[in-house]
Write a protein that binds this ligand. Sequence first.
Ligand SMILES: [Zn+2]
Length: 291
Amino acid sequence: MKNKNIKLLKFLNKIFAMLLIAFLSVSLFTACGSADATSKKDKSKKSKAKNEAEEEEEPEAETVAKKESEESNSSKEKESNSQKTSEAKKEKSEPENKVNTELLWADLMKGNKRFMSGKHTNINYSASRAALAKGQKPQVIVLGCADSRVPPEFVFDKNLGELFVIRDAGNIADPVGLGSIEYAIEHLHAKMIVVLGHESCGAVAATVSGEKMPTRNLQAITESIAPSFEGSKTCLIGGESNLSCVELNAEHSAKDLLLKSSVIKEAVEKGEVSVISAVYHFDTGEVVRLK
Ligand SMILES: [Zn+2]
C-alpha cells in the first residue's frame, strides 16, 4: 500500500512537471511571439513614421520647389515688369532725348523767311539778356563762316540764347571748334548742328586758287579746306571758285564733325543730335539745305 502511494505520487509529479514544462514553453513562445510582434509593430510604426515623415518631407520639398518656381515666376514677372517699365520709360524718355531734326529745321526756315522778307521779330534784347542771365539752353549749334555778312542770328532771325555759334574763316571744324560743339552737346544738350557755308566765301576762294598763303595761320585755313575738293570734277584747285566749291566745303566740315569727334559721332548715332549742311545765298538771303 505504501509503495502504491509512492508510485502515485511520482506519477503525479511527472504529470505536474510535464504540465509545467508545457506551460512554460507556451508562455515563452507567447512572450517571444509578442516580443517579435512588438518588434515588428515597432518596425512598422517606425516605417510608418518614416513614410509619414517622407510623405511630410515630400510635400515640403514640393512646396519648396513650388515656392522656388513661384519665386522664379515672380522674379521673371518682376523682371518682365521691370523690363516693361524700363521700355515704357525709354519710350517716354525718347521724345526728350531724340532730336526732331525736321521740327528744328522748320523753325530755322521760318526765321530765314522772316529775314528774307525783311519782317524780323521785334526783339527786346534788354529783357532777353536779363532773362538769360542764369543760363542758356540753345537747341541749335551753328558752325558758320566768320564772314561779316552772314551772322547766323540775323539770317535765322533768332534771339539771344537761341543759337550756339562757332565761326571761323571757311566754317572749318578745327579742334577748338569741335571742343566748343562737344561742350554744347554735353552740357547744354543742344540737338542740331548746322554747318553754314555761303556763296562767294573768301576762304574757299583762296583755297581753290592754290596759292601759298603769306602766313602760317592763313595757310592753316587753306590746308584745312583743300581736302574738300579731292576727287571733285566741279571744283578744281588752281581754277575759279564756284557754288559747288562752297557746298563741298560745307559737306566736308559736316563729315569732319563725325570723323574728328567721338562725342559728336556717338550723339549722332544715338539719334540725340543731327548734322545738317547748308549754304547761304547773298542775292536772296535764303539758306538752302544740302543734307
Ligand atoms: Zn566765308
